[in-house]
Design a protein around this ligand. Structure first.
Ligand code: MIC
Ligand code: SF4
Length: 758
C-alpha cells in the first residue's frame, strides 16, 4: 500500500481508466444524462451492475480511494482499527496532526508547547501509522483539509475523512465525505463503505464576484437559504459560468462550509482554475490526466441546460449582485448582508465593538485569501489606520505559511500588530487560551472560520462569534465595530481624516510558485510489523477499547431519560472540544464531558438533570457514570438536527459506553445518526414531532418489537408517565438490513472483528 506525500498518479489513472464504462453504465441505468456527483459515485460503486440507486432511499456499497484522519478523531479510529487484527491498512490512509495545538502566544512557542504536551498522543499516532502502513503528517504540517487539497485531492476521486469539513476537497472536484471513525475503519480494513444514495441539490452560479464579495459569501448565502439542516442527505453540486469564474481554493471554501448545512458533501467540476491549482501545487501529471478525461469530470451538458430535470432542488445565485455577508452569532445559518449587521446587533443587544478578529482555518487560508486580506492591511497602514484589537492569523498549511512569509504577506499583518499562530486549528476548535477577555464578559468576535456555536473559540458562552470572509474580518477588525460596511462607510485615520478601505482582486496563485516549507511528512516503512504500538494502561489520554456487548435479544423496557435536550444540541454540546480534546483517545475519561452543553428541556438548565436513583440534580456526565456503575441503561431525547456539526464519534461512543440504548429525536444530522448506529445505539425519530412534548422528566421509555427491526418499518415506543398512565407513539429509523446487523453485533466494529478474525 504505497502511502506517499501525495496521491500517486497510477492510483488516479486507475480511477480514470474505468470512467468510460462506468459512466455509460450510469447513463443506461438512469436512462438520462448524469450530473458530476452521479458520475463520480457510479465510478466508485462496489458493484456497479447490481445496485439500486434511489435517491434518499437506497443504501449502496462504495469503494473510496483514500482515507484521511485528523489527530483528534484519529486516536479513536486507530484504537478501533487495532482491534481488527490486520497487519496493514487496505486503502491509502494518512493522519494529520492539527487539532491538538493550542493558540496562546505565537506559532513557534505554541507548536513547541503542543509537541511537549501531546508527546504521548503524537508518539502513539506516529507509531500506529508506521505499524499499519499509513502516512503521518507531523504537528506543524497544517490543517488536514488544506494539506489534502494541496497533496491528495484529485478531480473525480472519492475520499472519506474523519472530520466534517472533509468536503473541502470538493473544490477540486472530488467527492469527499466526512464520517465518524468507525466508518473509516470499514474502509481501512478493506470492507466497502455503506452510505445512502444522496439527494442532489444544484446551485447554479452566474455572473462574477466583485468588490468586497468573496467566495465565502456564496456559502454564507446558501446557508441562509438551506439552513443548518437543509442539506441533510444531499450532495450539493455547483455549476454554471459563475462556478467557472472562481478559483480552485475559492471553490474549496464553499465546499468546506457545506458541512454547516448538513450536506453529505459539495463539489465543483474540473475546470481551468482547478488545472492551474494542480499545476501550481506540483501536480502537472494529475492535471494532464484530468484533461484527458475532462468530459467525465463535469456534468453532462444536458444538466446545465435544464437543471430542474436533474436536481431535487435548484438554487440560483448571481455572483454579480451578491453582497458581502456575515453569519451568526451562535449558528452559521443566521445570515445577512454586512451592511445590515449593525441594526440587527443593536436590536438584539449583541456587543457592537469587535473584541478580536481571526483569519485563517481550514475554510479560508488559501494564498488568494491571504493576498486579499494582506492587501487591505497594507492599504490601511498606508492610509494611517491602525488596528486596536487583537488580530490572529492562522495559516492553513506549512506550504501556505512558508509562501506567504516569503512573499512578505505575513509582514503586512504583523505591521498591524497581528499575531501569527501555528498552522493548526487553534482558536477554531476552542483551543484559544484567550488572555485579553475574561469569561463572562459579553463580547463579539469576527472570524473567517466556518462554525460559531457557543464556546467554540475561546470556551466562553458570552462570546458572540460571527463568520465571514477574511476580507470582511480585516475590515471589521480595523473598524473595531460590527456596524461598519466597508463598501460604503469611512474610518477616521490617525490624522483625523475620513478614509475608505480598498479591497484588491488578490492573487489566485503565487507568481513565484509555492514554497513547500519544512518537510513534515513521515512515510511508513516497507514492513512495519516489528513496530510496537504502546498504549500504557496508566495513561490518562489513551485507553484500549473493550468491545461493546452484542444485543441481548430483548426489547428496551422502562428506561429512564438521561437527557431531554431542548433546541440546538450539536456535537459540541454532546462532547465538548477545547480542554476535552486531550481525552479523545480515552473513552472513559472523555465521558466526563457527556452532554455537558445540552439544554435540559425541563427547566432550561445547561448540562444538569435529574438522577432518578435518588432524586438529586447533578451534571449529566455524573448521572451517566452513576447509571453505568449501577447497570442502568437509559435513553436520550433530542430536538431538531440532533448531533449537528462535527464528525466526532465520541458523541456516540460516550453515550454507548455509559449505557445509552436509544436516542429519540425530532431529526438527526447525518454523521451523528450514522455514528450512533455504528456503535450499536438506536437512533429513532418521532413519527409525529409533537410527541417530543409528551415526555416528562420522570417518565420511562420502552422500545418494543426489536426482534422485528426491519428497514422502513416503524418502531413502537411506550412512554410510561409518572402518574401511571402511558402513551404509545410511533418512531421511525433509517437502518438498512445490513446496518441492523451492527445493532445485533453490538457495533459495526464487532461485525468486522468477527470477519477479520474469523
Ligand atoms: C470541528 O470543526 O468541529 C472539528 C473539530 O474539526 C470536528 C472534528 C472533531 O470533533 O474532532 C469536525 O468538524 O468533524
Ligand atoms: Fe480545524 Fe476548525 Fe477546520 Fe474543524 S473547522 S478542521 S477545527 S480549522
Amino acid at each position: 500500500m504505497p502511502v506517499a506525500a501525495s496521491t500517486p498518479i497510477d492510483l488516479i489513472q486507475s480511477v480514470y481508466a474505468t470512467l468510460d464504462e462506468r459512466v455509460a453504465t450510469g447513463r443506461a441505468h438512469f436512462g438520462r444524462a448524469l450530473t458530476l456527483a452521479e458520475k463520480v459515485l457510479v465510478n466508485h460503486l462496489d458493484d456497479p451492475a447490481n445496485t439500486d440507486l434511489e435517491r434518499g432511499e437506497s443504501y449502496v456499497d462504495m469503494r473510496p480511494d483514500r482515507v484521511a484522519l485528523q489527530d483528534a478523531t484519529a486516536q479513536m479510529t486507530w484504537l478501533q482499527f487495532m482491534t481488527a487484527g490486520l497487519d496493514e491498512v487496505q486503502v491509502p490512509t494518512t493522519t494529520h496532526c492539527d487539532h491538538l495545538i493550542q493558540a496562546r502566544d505565537d506559532a513557534k512557542l505554541d507548536l513547541q508547547a503542543a509537541v511537549d504536551g501531546n508527546a504521548e498522543v503524537y508518539d502513539f499516532l506516529e507509531s500506529v501509522c508506521a505499524r499499519y502502513g499509513a502516512g503521518f503528517w507531523k504537528p506543524g504540517s497544517g490543517i488536514i483539509h488544506q494539506v489534502v487539497l494541496e497533496q491528495y485531492a484529485f478531480p473525480g476521486g472519492m475520499m472519506i475523512g474523519t472530520d466534517s469539513h472533509t468536503p473541502n476537497a470538493g473544490g477540486l472536484g472530488m467527492v469527499a465525505i466526512g464520517v465518524g471513525g468507525a466508518d473509516a475503519v470499514d474502509i481501512m480494513t478493506g470492507f466497502p463503505w455503506n452510505f445512502r444514495w444522496p439527494r442532489l441539490i444544484g446551485v447554479h452560479l452566474t455572473g462574477e464576484l466583485s468588490g468586497w464579495a468573496a467566495p465565502k459569501d456564496v456559502i454564507l448565502k446558501v446557508a441562509q437559504i438551506l439552513t443548518v439542516k437543509g442539506g441533510t442527505g444531499a450532495i450539493v453540486e455547483y455549476f454554471g459560468s459563475g462556478a467557472r469564474s472562481l478559483s480552485a481554493t475559492g471553490k474549496g471554501t464553499i465546499c468546506n462550509m457545506g458541512a454547516e448545512i448538513g450536506a453529505t458533501t459539495s463539489l465543483f467540476a474540473y475546470d481551468d482554475a482547478v488545472g492551474r491549482y494542480l499545476k501550481a501545487t506540483g501536480r502537472e501529471a494529475v492535471a494532464d490526466a484530468a484533461d484527458a478525461v475532462a468530459h467525465h469530470l463535469r456534468a453532462d451538458d444536458e444538466v446545465e441546460a435544464d437543471p430542474g430535470a436533474y436536481f431535487d432542488q435548484v438554487i440560483e445565485i448571481d455572483l454579480s449582485t451578491l453582497s458581502p455577508h456575515i453569519n451568526g452569532p451562535h449558528t452559521p445559518d443566521l445570515a445577512r448582508p454586512v451592511a445590515d449587521l449593525g441594526d440587527e446587533a443593536r436590536a438584539n443587544g449583541w456587543p457592537l465593538e469587535v473584541s478580536a478578529g481571526l483569519i485563517g482555518s481550514c475554510t479560508n487560508s488559501s494564498y488568494e485569501d491571504i493576498t486579499r486580506a494582506a492587501g487591505i492591511a497594507r492599504d490601511a497602514i498606508a492610509k494611517g489606520i491602525s488596528c486596536k484589537v487583537p488580530l490572529l492569523v492562522t495559516p492553513g498549511s506549512e506550504q501556505v505559511r512558508a509562501t506567504i512569509e516569503r512573499d512578505g504577506l505575513l509582514a503586512d499583518f504583523e505591521a498591524l500588530g497581528a499575531t501569527v499562530l501555528a498552522n493548526a486549528c487553534g482558536p477554531c476548535i476552542g483551543q484559544w487560551d484567550r488572555q485579553d477577555v475574561e469569561d463572562g464578559v459579553p463580547n463579539s468576535i469576527v472570524t473567517s472560520y466556518n462554525r460559531n456555536f457557543p464556546k467554540r473559540n475561546d470556551g466562553y458562552a458570552t462570546t458572540h462569534a460571527f463568520v465571514t470572509s477574511p476580507e470582511t474580518v480585516i475590515a471589521l477588525t480595523l473598524a473595531g465595530r460590527l456596524d461598519f460596511d466597508p463598501a460604503n462607510d469611512t474610518l477616521l485615520n490617525d490624522a483625523g481624516e475620513e478614509v475608505r478601505l480598498s479591497v484588491g482582486a488578490g492573487e489566485e496563485l503565487p507568481a513565484q510558485g509555492f514554497d513547500p516549507g519544512a518537510d513534515t511528512f513521515l512515510a511508513p516503512p516497507e514492513d512495519g510489523s516489528g513496530i510496537a504500538v504502546v498504549v500504557s494502561p496508566s495513561s490518562e489520554r489513551l485507553q484500549e477499547l473493550t468491545p461493546f456487548p452484542a444485543w441481548d435479544g430483548e426489547d428496551l423496557a422502562d428506561l429512564p431519560v438521561l437527557v431531554k435536550a431542548q433546541g440546538k444540541c450539536t456535537t459540541d454540546h454532546i462532547s465538548m472540544a477545547g480542554p476535552w480534546l486531550r481525552y479523545r483517545g480515552h473513552l472513559e475519561n472523555i465521558s466526563g464531558n457527556l452532554y455537558m452543553g445540552a439544554v435540559n428541556a425541563h427547566g432550561g438548565e445547561v448540562g444538569i438533570g435529574l438522577d432518578i436513583t435518588d432524586g438529586e440534580r447533578r451534571p449529566y456526565p455524573e448521572i451517566a457514570k452513576r447509571y453505568h456503575e449501577a447497570g442502568i441503561a437509559w435513553v436520550v431525547i433530542g430536538d431538531e438536527n440532533m448531533g449537528e456539526g462535527s464528525s466526532r464519534e465520541h458523541a456516540a461512543m460516550e453515550p454507548r459506553f455509559r449505557g445509552a440504548r436509544a436516542v429519540i429525536a425530532r431529526s438527526f444530522a447525518r454523521i451523528h445518526e450514522t455514528n450512533l448506529k455504528k456503535q450499536g445505539v438506536l437512533p429513532l425519530t418521532f413519527a409525529d414531532p409533537a410527541d417530543y412534548e409528551a415526555i416528562g422528566e420522570r417518565d420511562r421509555i420502552s422500545v418494543n418489537g426489536l426482534v422485528d427491526l426491519a428497514p422502513d418499518t416503524p418502531v413502537e415506543v411506550v412512554i410510561s408517565h409518572e402518574d401511571g398512565s402511558s402513551t404509545t407513539i410511533g418512531t421511525n429509523h433509517t437502518f438498512s438490513s445490513d446496518q441492523i446487523l451492527w445493532f445485533h453485533a453490538g457495533s459495526s466494529l464487532n461485525l468486522i472483528r468477527e470477519q477479520t478474525r474469523g
